[in-house]
Design a protein around this ligand. Structure first.
Ligand code: HEM
Length: 472
């Protein structure tokens, strides 16, 4: 259970709370920035009062590595927040409690990524096929302004769709698009003030107003859609010949029939499918949308990307993963987008599995832990001038790509992102295919806002862009 006591003995210090609601109000705008500022006052490890329960916030690379890596087992749970309990009953995969159920679901998903990703054809070739649909759809705009959000979302989600359902969905599939839209709205609402209030005072469920009600309605619609689609794609299943993740899951479920301790269930299948779809879509889509925006904003950086693409690929050859080593500048740009834009600024909330001691502070079992990944990417100890967008920080003096230690967009430790490998493939292939064909620029006289839209992920506000065919 959550630590309900306000600041137990030896607990990290933190900002003074307001009676009843604690520090919730301070999280309304840019909570990651607020938390980094607080760490300059209270230290890298401090605490917040979230209206009757306490959370520990980890800031900067050193503190996050100490907890997530050196005390990996201790910091690998998810907090039993009322909202998460209501949404997934702490089952599924992403929100599952640390234990056997999580291990089994993570393994099953990882095996599916490997097996169904490369079923019949290598995964990079499948991604390239989607890249072609994607650039052809962009071409339909004929260089005129368009908002790339829906196109990028559809193309990216199709990669996880191939693994989960064995099929891609066409870009005009309104039902699927609507599901993704309201699911992604929930990713935003899950860290809204109303969500924190619901976690502190679950009885507000009975108030007829508030954004948490919207969140519940959206979730009901999403689960209903997923239930139907899972039923449709499991038709014709033949035991021992799984065609996709759903077949594989249902085979496991059949095999564990009668085992009272099994974590496999129809309900957990729905939760896992939903989590894989949204975790895979929202993040990679936002990274690519930011990458497009920054290319148009910095034509000199875009020009260097074009020069590298032209020298390695020319205009005809499609990019492949094997080309990645020969494209250090592209790699540097994508890494800088991930660092600078902080796609998942506060990670996914963690919790402690046992009492522990960190930097002299006592952190009891069940404490909610917030990992401020933004503060890692803006940690002055590890990054020079972190507030400047500069791909060069990932290059050495000879132009070779260099890995940087304090780079954690996928987090760290046992719960680190399961889809990192897949996401890296997608980002490289979508980005290179798009920039090989197009020059990106803003419609004349416009420069979009760089202020992110807040939520569990940071995404750009809607913007228009022109993708003009390149003459090579
Ligand atoms: C977890 C980032 C793409 C599936 C996470 C976490 C982060 C993250 C920060 C939290 C880990 C923690 O608890 O500390 C990203 C970014 C991506 C990306 C920046 C793209 C640029 C993907 C993709 C998939 C995926 C493509 C799968 C299709 C997951 C899952 C978890 C997770 C299942 C939960 C892991 C667990 O609880 O064991 N991701 N992710 N992610 N991600 Fe990703």
């Amino acid at each position: 259970m959550l630590v309900k006591q306000r600041r137990p003995r030896g607990f990290p210090p933190g900002p003074s709370p307001i009676p009843v609601i604690g520090n919730i109000m301070s999280l309304a705008t840019e909570p990651h920035v607020f938390m980094k500022k607080q760490s300059e006052i209270h230290g890298q490890i401090f605490s917040l009062d979230l209206g009757g329960y306490s959370a520990v916030v980890l800031n900067g690379y050193d503190a996050i590595r100490e907890c997530l890596y050196h005390q990996g087992d201790v910091f690998s749970d998810r907090p039993s927040l009322p909202l998460f309990m209501k949404m997934t009953k702490m089952g599924g995969l992403l929100n599952a409690k640390f234990g056997n159920g999580w291990i089994e679901h993570r393994q099953l998903a990882r095996n599916s990524f490997r097996y169904f990703g490369s079923f019949q054809k290598p995964l990079d070739q499948k991604i390239l096929e989607e890249c072609m649909f994607f650039v052809d759809a962009i071409d339909e705009h004929k260089g005129k302004p368009f908002n790339p959000k829906h196109l990028v979302t559809n193309a990216v989600s199709n990669i996880t769709n191939l693994i989960i359902f064995g099929e891609r969905f066409t870009y005009d599939n309104c039902d699927f698009q609507h599901m993704i839209e309201i699911f992604s709205e929930n990713v935003e609402l899950a860290v809204s003030g109303w969500a924190f209030l619901y976690n502190a005072f679950p009885w507000i469920e009975y108030l007829p107003f508030g954004k948490h009600q919207k969140l519940f309605r959206n979730a009901a619609k999403v689960y209903n859609f997923l239930e139907q689609i899972i039923r449709r794609f499991s038709e014709g299943r033949v035991c021992n010949f799984p065609r996709h993740y759903i077949d594989d899951y249902l085979n496991k479920l059949d095999k564990s029939a009668g085992d009272l301790g099994t974590p496999y269930s129809r309900e957990n299948l729905i939760y896992s499918v939903g989590e894989l779809i949204i975790a895979g879509t929202e993040t990679t889509t936002n990274t690519l949308r930011w990458a497009m925006l920054y290319m148009a904003l910095y034509p000199n950086i875009q020009e260097k990307v074009h020069m590298e693409l032209d020298s390695v690929l020319g205009s005809e050859k499609s990019p492949s993963l094997a080309d990645k080593k020969r494209m250090p500048y592209v790699e540097a740009v994508l890494h800088e987008v991930l660092r600078f834009c902080n796609i998942v600024p506060l990670g996914i909330f963690r919790a402690t599995t046992q009492d522990t001691l960190v930097s002299g502070y006592n952190i009891p079992k069940g404490t909610m832990v917030i990992t401020n990944l933004y503060s890692v990417h803006f940690d002055e100890k590890y990054w020079c001038d972190p507030g400047t967008f500069s791909p060069h920080r990932f290059l050495d003096s000879n132009g070779n790509f260099v890995r940087r230690e304090a780079f954690l967009p996928f987090s760290l430790g046992k719960r680190h992102c399961l889809g990192e490998h897949l996401a890296r493939m997608e980002m490289f292939l979508f980005f290179t295919t798009m920039l090989q064909r197009f020059h990106l620029q803003f419609p004349p006289g416009t420069v979009p806002s760089l202020t992110p839209k807040l939520g569990m992920t940071l995404q750009p506000l809607p913007y228009s862009i022109c993708a003009v065919r390149r003459q090579q």
